[in-house]
Design a protein around this ligand. Structure first.
Ligand SMILES: *Cc1c(COP(=O)(O)O)cnc(C)c1O
Length: 381
């Protein structure tokens, strides 16, 4: 046994210190452990409406050809996306989730001796990807919790300051997970324009379709202008296909070509490609999801605030909430009441929980369960 520990020293330097990603607790596991049923998972920012019917159908049909390898170039999906986004197919790199393209970016541009920049409280996959590449991570302090406009948000001025001659990647999550914070279009555009051309800026837009603030804009429209800009998107969030793993990067074709060199030839499976393409055609599902989320975000935010929680302003399909009682106690209390939410101690936010916006009745149920917790404002226990 102790002999086996020697292998740790044999791993790449970054891997030795790598802590694996901790996903949201699966429903089955919670129900098995607590002996409860009808659990509601609000822990992984999944779409409570479920996948579009056309996607389920297309994926099922594709299963009939499961003996064949998928289209390694994802030709049909890229063509559909290109039309949808008003870019050329050469700008697109398909990924096994956008997590995949984030890792491909690190593989293609990072190595020991190079650095990547991201914000404190930014999506944790950036840290994992940078570390796995044994590169140096520059973590820039976020804006303070008492910031009047963007509490816990990215501090773009400080991130610009942090760029040095070893920097090859800057990760920007817009909106960010787990904070829900976002950047105004003008500020982000100025930031990108200020970067030296050898620094690639990755704008992660996993939640772009949920944003309602008119000051926000997708960076995809700036691709032609900035050859060092990469935008990542996913079918996991508003398109409700998280289980199938489809995402993509939009960039200058030269960067797409580099990502293609490190990409596994068949990284997106055939049912996933078919489902994603079908989802693009269901604009009504996206609109419904967006509206439901915008309403649920207000419902949940107001309810949590009334219970004495501090809610961080969010443009995503989730809220970061500072609990008035110990966050892990609230987490356990909600778990027993049948609601799985996400503790974010691993993000350095031990007093917060991240709660995904659910269906109206799920949001109401969570608020009612929380109101029954001792120590919560209005609790009668
Ligand atoms: C969920 C999420 C992703 C992507 O997840 P995939 O399922 O791998 O596409 C990317 N970035 C952020 C900020 C996320 O929250």
């Amino acid at each position: 046994m102790s002999d086996a520990h020697r292998y740790i020293a044999l791993a790449a330097e970054g891997v030795q210190r790598l802590a694996p990603y901790v996903p949201g607790k699966p429903i089955e596991e919670v129900e098995r452990e607590l002996g409860i049923r009808n659990t509601v998972k609000l822990a992984s920012n999944e779409n409570p409406l479920g996948p579009p019917a056309a996607s389920v159908e297309a994926a099922s049909r594709a299963l009939g050809s499961a003996a064949l390898y998928p289209d390694g170039s994802a030709w049909a999906l890229k063509r559909g996306l290109a039309a949808h986004l008003n870019v050329t197919p050469e700008c697109l790199t398909p990924g096994n989730g956008s997590n995949d393209v984030l890792v491909l970016l690190a593989e293609a541009f990072l190595m020991p001796g190079r650095s990547a920049i991201y914000s404190q409280y930014a999506f944790i996959v950036y840290a994992l990807a940078v570390q796995a590449a044994s590169a140096h991570a520059i973590v820039v302090p976020a804006l303070p919790a008492h910031h009047p406009v963007k509490p816990l948000g990215h501090d773009l001025a400080a991130m610009r300051e942090a760029v040095d001659d070893r920097t090859r990647l800057v990760f920007i999550a817009n909106p960010n997970n787990p904070t829900g914070t976002w950047l105004d279009a003008g500020a982000l555009r100025d930031f990108i324009a200020s970067l030296p051309p050898e620094v690639i800026v990755v704008v992660d837009e996993a939640y772009a379709e949920y944003v309602t603030d008119p000051a926000y804009a997708s960076a995809i429209g700036w691709i032609d202008e900035f050859p060092n800009l990469v935008v990542t998107r996913t079918f996991s969030k508003i398109y409700a296909l998280a289980g199938l793993r489809v995402g993509y990067a939009v960039s200058h074709p030269v960067i797409a070509d580099l990502l293609n060199r490190v990409r596994q030839p068949f990284n997106v499976n055939a049912p996933a490609q078919a489902a994603a393409l079908a989802a693009l055609d269901d604009a009504a599902h996206v609109r419904r999801s967006q509206q439901l989320n915008a309403q649920g975000r207000v419902q949940l935010g107001e309810g949590l605030t009334a219970l004495g929680c501090q809610v961080v302003p969010s443009e995503g399909n989730f809220l970061l909430v500072r609990m008035p009682v110990p966050a892990m106690d609230s987490y356990q209390h909600l778990l027993k009441a049948g609601f799985i939410v996400r503790p974010v101690g691993n993000y350095g936010l031990p007093d917060h929980l991240r709660i995904t916006v659910g269906l109206p009745e799920q949001n109401a149920g969570l608020l009612a369960a929380l109101a029954r917790m001792p120590g919560i404002a209005g609790a009668r226990c």
